[in-house]
Design a protein around this ligand. Structure first.
Ligand code: ADP
Ligand code: 5GP
Length: 188
């Protein structure tokens, strides 16, 4: 069956750590690359982090019905999942794996139903989330404040996910994630 795995979490909860571990462990999982109309940042490459489209090209492909879902996540910047990306991954027999915000994640789950398993990575507390972001050292104080403020509202959507994994002990969270993914993709 054509399947997808959706991971969402407030920034700093440990989603990248967990998703990267799973991608390394299960060769069937393949990261789904979204399309965006924003410009590449840093050393981002077309087809690796995103498919970078001009605003006009993005709009044309929306009109053509090429997207499974799309959103204007930030003013003037659109992000979306191309149907062709899912077909590319499914044609190899792989499971499309999404690292996506709650709105996009719940949209995909609603559209794909039982083909999808949605997983919310929950921090043990908002205070711990802040400590992890401070320790990671990749964001300014102001950016950390913004991410933490957004976390409360993101956490309120956890109840709509198929599975919630609390990332307190990382070993435990990884074991729980492995078990859930293994069962979903049919290896246990
Ligand atoms: P996200 O992708 O959700 O923003 P990361 O995977 O980058 O989060 O994790 C945020 C920081 O917290 C990283 O420095 C990571 O090494 C650390 N981290 C992840 N899981 C745990 C954990 N269970 N306990 C302590 N630190 C953790
Ligand atoms: P970035 O920091 O990469 O510019 O912003 C990424 C934001 O866009 C995140 O909130 C991310 O979850 C969201 N995003 C990335 N890809 C998609 C997508 O395919 N669809 C939707 N709806 N949102 C996406």
């Amino acid at each position: 069956m054509k399947k997808v795995l959706i991971f969402s979490a407030p920034s700093g909860a440990g989603k990248s750590t967990i998703v990267n571990h799973l991608l390394g462990l299960f060769p069937q999982l393949e990261f789904s690359v979204s399309a965006t109309s924003r410009a590449p940042r840093g050393d981002e490459q077309d087809g690796r982090e995103y498919y970078f489209l001009s605003a006009e090209e993005f709009a044309r492909r929306v009109d053509a019905g090429d997207f499974l879902e799309w959103e204007e996540v930030y003013k003037g910047s659109r992000y979306g999942t191309l149907r062709s990306e899912l077909d590319r991954i499914w044609s190899k027999g792989n499971v499309a794996t999404f690292d996506i915000d709650v709105k996009g994640g719940l949209n995909i789950k609603r559209l794909l139903g039982d083909k999808a398993m949605s997983v919310f990575i929950m921090p043990p507390s908002v205070e711990e989330l802040r400590r992890r972001l401070e320790k990671r050292g990749t964001d300014t104080g102001e950016a950390i404040d913004k991410r933490v403020a957004k976390a409360e509202s993101e956490i309120s959507f956890a109840q709509y996910y198929d599975k919630v994994i609390v990332n307190d002990s990382l070993d435990k969270a990884l074991a729980e994630a492995e078990e859930a993914v293994g069962t979903f993709i049919g290896i246990s």
